[in-house]
Design a protein around this ligand. Structure first.
Ligand code: IVH
Length: 692
């Protein structure tokens, strides 16, 4: 590449950044304008669909370029945002909060108060985890989910039904007999593991990380695009009731109610306890304290409730919290230690991440010796210096994080840290794009980047090559045997055998696993290649829309934009990636090595030879409560064929929420349209017909 080319590229990047900023500004201005017309003047000039399209463009732009996110963006208004975004709904019964206690004495006081208020009564109690998520109220009418709302100010909240429907564990229809009206309450949460994965990915890409799973869950629920919500894999737990008609549908005890929730198909807390006095309550609290870190959600306490539901009404509530329940808060688990050093890691896309090297210390169940510091701004904001004593904790119980410096313990020998101007691994100069916090090593051939790309390629959600973890990748790179992912397919046994810990058997297994990966389906290869913005979900969509790498590589930006879930920015990035000289070379090598570029997927995507849906052609669109590929599998398993585009030959269109142009087209062509429930019925009926 000539210097001129480099200059043009740099110029291009600069002007791209400016035009993107201008574009997002323009979108915000337009949206605000249409909000005013709609809400204040009640004279909209554009259709809801056009409005949604504008909104989606902005969401898409901000999602891929978080640096463009303005605090006043209509996508960001927390709490009072509703306008033009989420409708406001009144809760049938206000959603209250809980009083907190922090000590054994206060728990005893609570039990004592219950006794005073209900003199002479037995007052059994339940104790359960306090889930640190986002409070949610679901309304089921005659067993069907009709509305979901966040707490908001307790009286009115955001109507987030469409987002809630993407959460797999929340049933659209209750099992068994359901009351006419049932409002259940619970918490939506981001599983700790998912939180850790998302943050690691964001760190690696230089995107801002979420402080804890609760923030991540709250931010996700506020997304206007249900596809993003579906991608994040939220979960939920239910523990309470709101309005219930007829009231006789409620059992006598909370204990039974938890069982009833479960019987309806709603997820509940994994454990609860019962007690009759303060000692019993404390015992349960300490048992919960022992096991709570094993739960998939973060807990910050225990909730103690009067077990007899009839007593709830008798005890009533104060203006903010019920008198029949209280939260006991566990001490946040933090520890003091020393910041021995700050090292710098180079990620797969070249992002440099500073890492705190800590004096090992035990906190929240394990020993911590390292913590990511994300970027230079973060270090400056916390005023961290090498040699400082620091307070650390685990964000979401899993990710070690430096909370703050203990400045009063300084002795003057602490050293200020500066991000290196050159990559610590390959010495190439580092670059920083305007407005971005991330600093990058600009050398795509940097050995650290190469290593990370290979690890990522082999990883569980990519090509899933068993035995090719971090340690082995390092070993192979250090031995000079591996320079890019294509090199994996050239490895020979005689090169591996002389290496340490490489016995005959392990070499055989490793080579077999690498060879087997050539047959992985296209979506795995697409997810493995590290195409910008392409994670597993998008990879699956691209694979099912285009079928082969060649067809995908040939797609124009306009065509890519037509694919659901893909906006302009992603389309441009994908299109550009396939035109990169190094990428073209790499793909050539992988093709020569015999990897499945999609041609061999026809087999797996082929319908079962026989089945009740034989001869039918399906198109899937919109947001479903299950991954689209899963629905496609259900169809194929019954002999149906799944196609990417609607035509006169299409038998059925399965349309989820937010279905767009495909739905229009199907209606024009008179194709039969099924919603998810009708689809399930059809599948189930055919299930029974098969007699299995
Ligand atoms: S019962 C009237 N049970 O914590 C409120 N709440 O800090 C009755 N929470 O507003 C709530 N886990 O959003 C209850 N097992 C649990 C809970 C729980 C989490 C939330 C809930 C509440 C907040 C108070």
């Amino acid at each position: 590449m000539s210097t001129d080319d480099l200059f043009t590229m740099a110029e291009q990047a600069g002007s791209d950044a400016r035009s993107l900023a201008a574009r997002s500004e323009e979108l915000r201005r337009q949206i605000a304008h249409h909000d005013r017309l709609y809400y204040e003047k009640a004279k909209p000039e554009i259709s809801d669909r056009e409005y949604d399209a504008l909104y989606r463009q902005l969401v898409d732009l901000e999602r891929t370029h978080p640096e463009l996110l303005a605090p006043d963006s209509p996508t960001q208004k927390v709490g009072g945002r509703p306008q033009g975004t989420f409708a406001q709904v009144s809760h049938l019964v206000p959603m209250q909060s809980l009083d907190n206690t922090y000590s054994e004495e206060e728990v005893a006081d609570f039990v004592e108060r219950l006794r005073r208020l209900l003199p002479g009564d037995e007052i059994p109690m339940t104790i359960e985890p306090k889930v640190d998520g986002v409070a949610i109220a679901l309304l089921y009418e005659n067993g069907r989910l009709t509305r979901a709302a966040t707490r908001g100010d307790g009286t009115t909240g955001d109507e987030v039904t469409r987002n809630i429907r993407t959460i797999g564990v929340i049933p659209a229809t209750l099992r068994g007999k359901a009351p006419r009206i049932l409002e259940v309450r619970g918490e939506v949460y981001l599983p700790k593991e998912t939180f850790a994965r998302i943050n690691a990915e964001r760190d690696e890409l230089g995107l801002p990380v979420f402080a804890n799973p609760r923030n991540a869950a709250a931010g996700t629920l506020k997304q206007l695009d249900p596809n993003i919500v579906a991608e994040r894999k939220l979960s939920a737990v239910f523990y309470g009731y709101g309005a219930v008609e007829p009231p006789s549908a409620l059992p006598e005890r909370m204990e039974e109610f938890f069982g009833q929730l479960k019987a309806w198909g709603l997820p509940v807390n994994p454990r609860h306890w019962t007690a009759r006095d303060a000692d019993g309550v404390m015992k349960a609290i300490s048992e919960l304290g022992e096991i709570r870190r094993g739960f998939p959600f973060e807990t910050d306490g225990a909730v103690i409730k009067a077990d007899l539901i009839a007593q709830h009404a008798r005890l009533g509530s104060t203006s903010k919290a019920p008198r029949w329940a209280i939260a006991y808060k566990y001490e946040p688990e933090q520890a003091k230690t020393r910041l021995l050093d700050i090292t710098v890691q180079v990620g797969r896309s070249g992002v440099l991440t500073p890492v705190a090297e800590l004096e090992p210390v035990f906190v929240a169940g394990s020993t911590v010796s390292r913590a990511t510091l994300h970027n230079e701004e973060e270090i400056a904001r916390k005023d961290l210096r090498i040699g400082d004593r620091v307070l650390i904790e685990k964000a979401g119980d899993v990710i070690p994080a430096v909370v703050k410096v203990l400045a009063e313990e300084r002795n003057g020998s602490e050293k200020v840290f500066h991000m290196p101007k050159h990559c610590p691994v390959c010495s190439a100069p580092v670059t920083r794009e305007e407005g971005e916090v991330a600093v990058r090593c600009a050398n795509p051939g940097c050995p650290a980047q190469v290593r990370r790309r290979i690890e990522y390629f082999a990883g569980r959600s990519s090509m899933d090559i068993a035995g090719l973890g971090e340690a082995v990748v390092s070993q192979l790179c250090d031995a000079g045997l591996l320079h890019d992912v294509a090199g994996l397919y050239e490895l020979r046994a005689e090169q591996l055998l002389p290496l340490e810990r490489m016995g005959e058997k392990s070499v055989e297994n490793l080579l077999a696993a690498i060879a087997a990966s050539k047959e992985q389906p296209l979506w795995r290869l697409l997810a493995a290649l590290g195409i910008p913005h392409v994670g597993v979900t998008v990879a699956r969509t691209l694979a099912s829309s285009y079928g082969t790498i060649d067809r995908l590589a040939a797609a124009s930006v306009e065509e890519l934009c037509g694919v659901e879930e893909i906006g302009e920015i992603m389309a441009n990035a994908i299109h550009g990636w396939f035109r990169d000289h190094d990428v073209i070379t790499l793909l050539g090598k992988l093709r020569a090595a015999g990897l499945n570029f999609g041609e061999r997927d026809a087999q797996s995507a082929a319908p079962a030879a026989d089945g009740p849906l034989k001869g039918t052609i399906w198109v899937l669109t919109g947001t479903l409560s299950i991954p689209r590929e899963e629905a496609a599998e259900m169809i194929r398993a019954k002999g149906g064929r799944v196609s990417g585009s609607v035509s006169a030959k299409t038998t059925y269109l399965l349309a989820g929420e937010e279905a767009g142009s495909k739905l229009d087209k199907a209606q024009k062509l008179g194709v039969k349209v099924l919603n998810e429930e009708e689809f399930r019925k059809l599948i189930e009926e055919n299930h029974r017909d098969e007699g299995d």
